[in-house]
Design a protein around this ligand. Structure first.
Ligand code: ZN
Length: 162
């Protein structure tokens, strides 16, 4: 496993649309392992493959102490809304206010390319929406209400990088 370089806002790979995964290969398994390692090392709660320069529809999330892998994810249903602070590992040191659904139901495929559904509320719903946006080349800064603001790396910061 290896830590991968996280691409930052301004890198054009972040603005491209990712392609579906159609077969599991050793290279993709290694990518997934590296994405988890990179996300944990950077203290993020989510990471999408384009953030490490790979245009594949793969997302890793961990908002609740449990690693979650979403391959070819698709949102099936959203409900309600939440407005809160959001950050991104590709926009270091910044955060902004974004409104997202407060409930999301999505389908995705696991490491064996078997379909499953996942439901999430609050931070998990926010993370799923944020990461799926990355697969379309959309960044949270496109959706921010007001200005981005600076954040420190204090442990008491209340926004999470996804
Ligand atoms: Zn992000």
């Amino acid at each position: 496993m290896a830590i991968r370089n996280v691409r930052e806002l301004g890198d054009e790979v972040l603005r491209k649309k990712s392609r579906e995964v159609t077969e599991m290969t050793p290279r993709i398994r290694e990518l997934i392992d590296d994405m988890f390692e990179t996300m944990y090392e950077r203290d993020g709660v989510g990471l999408a493959a384009p953030q490490v320069g790979i245009l594949k529809r793969i997302v890793v999330i961990d908002t609740e102490g449990e690693p979650l892998l979403l391959i070819n994810p698709r949102i099936l249903e959203t409900r309600d809304s939440q407005t809160g602070s959001e950050g991104c590992l590709s926009v270091p040191g910044k955060a902004g206010t974004v409104t997202r659904p407060n409930y999301v139901r999505a389908e995705a495929y696991d490491e064996n390319l078997e379909r499953f559904e996942i439901e999430g509320t609050e931070l998990l719903a926010r993370a799923i929406c944020h990461e799926l946006d990355h697969l379309e080349g959309i960044m949270y800064v496109d959706k921010v209400e007001g200005e981005l603001y600076d954040v420190t790396n204090d442990e008491d910061e209340d926004e999470e990088d996804v």
